[in-house]
Design a protein around this ligand. Structure first.
Ligand SMILES: NC(=O)C1=CN([C@@H]2O[C@H](COP(=O)(O)OP(=O)(O)OC[C@H]3O[C@@H](n4cnc5c(N)ncnc54)[C@H](O)[C@@H]3O)[C@@H](O)[C@H]2O)[C@@H](O)CC1
Ligand SMILES: [K+]
Length: 218
């Protein structure tokens, strides 16, 4: 089975967007729908989103769960100003749907997150994906501790947040997922036996990237 590094995934995504003309938001929507397919047997969710494209996946996942009349509590770490273009698109759609988005800025907000993670069936981890760089610190670290302590079932989007894509090393702290739905290709870091503790069961899902594009980079 082919495996990809973060840079290879970034190059593949970039080539798709710039040379083939598949917009990033289409890849993001495909990614979100694949995660929803893997979790829609459940009824209640806590979605924890960062402000990069991994967070954008999470916001799109939340939208599809809500449209399916599931209970979905959304927690955003970071400010909308920091959002990537595609994350912002999914954020604005949810605002236009009058969906409540809880923001986590300080300790007080963590109580509400703990309450949701402890009572909903599934926690969706869409904090960081292949864009994680450097140690996880501060409020991000607090959020991951809460997920690891109180979540009964955790699904990580693309990569457990806190795990380094290329090595499978923990950068300070990482989400311990029961299942990781990773996009298009398995990740090199998942070959590290130590990573199993954090990825849980890994499911590789295509997000519509043509094979010839993958073969250009791997
Ligand atoms: N078009 C694409 O590139 C697609 C990407 N996808 C998703 O996008 C992800 C990659 O997205 P990005 O490259 O935006 O990056 P991520 O969303 O993985 O994370 C980057 C964000 O986290 C912040 N960050 C990074 N390291 C940090 C640290 N140590 N402490 C605090 N904040 C930190 C960055 O400032 C940035 O806001 C993939 O894992 C996948 O989930 C999918 O939507 C498929 C399409
Ligand atoms: K993640």
């Amino acid at each position: 089975m082919k495996v990809a590094t973060a840079n290879q995934m970034r190059s593949i995504d970039k080539y798709c967007i710039e040379n083939i003309g598949i917009p990033g938001i289409v890849l993001m929507e495909n990614a979100a729908l694949k995660v929803v397919e893997n979790i829609d047997k459940y009824d209640s969710f806590t979605i924890v989103a960062g402000t990069g494209n991994n967070g954008g996946d999470g916001l799109a996942i939340a939208r599809h769960l809500i449209v399916k009349n599931k209970k979905a509590n959304i927690y955003l770490i970071g400010t909308p100003e920091k959002m990537s273009k595609d994350c912002k698109i999914n954020y604005n759609i949810l605002l236009n749907m009058n969906v409540k988005i809880n923001t986590i800025n300080q300790g007080e907000d963590l109580k509400s997150l703990k309450e949701s993670v402890s009572t909903k069936q599934v926690t969706v981890d869409s904090i960081f994906g292949t864009g994680l760089s450097g140690e996880v610190r501060g409020i991000y670290s607090d959020v991951i501790s809460i997920i690891n302590k109180y979540s009964s079932y955790t699904v990580s989007v693309d990569i457990p947040s806190g795990l380094e894509c290329d090595t499978g090393k923990v950068l300070g702290i990482s989400v311990k997922a029961d299942k990781t739905v990773t996009f298009q290709l398995n990740k090199k870091g998942f070959l590290n036996p130590e990573s199993k503790k954090y990825t849980g069961k890994v499911k590789v899902e295509s997000i519509g990237i043509p094979n010839f594009v993958v073969e250009k980079f791997i």
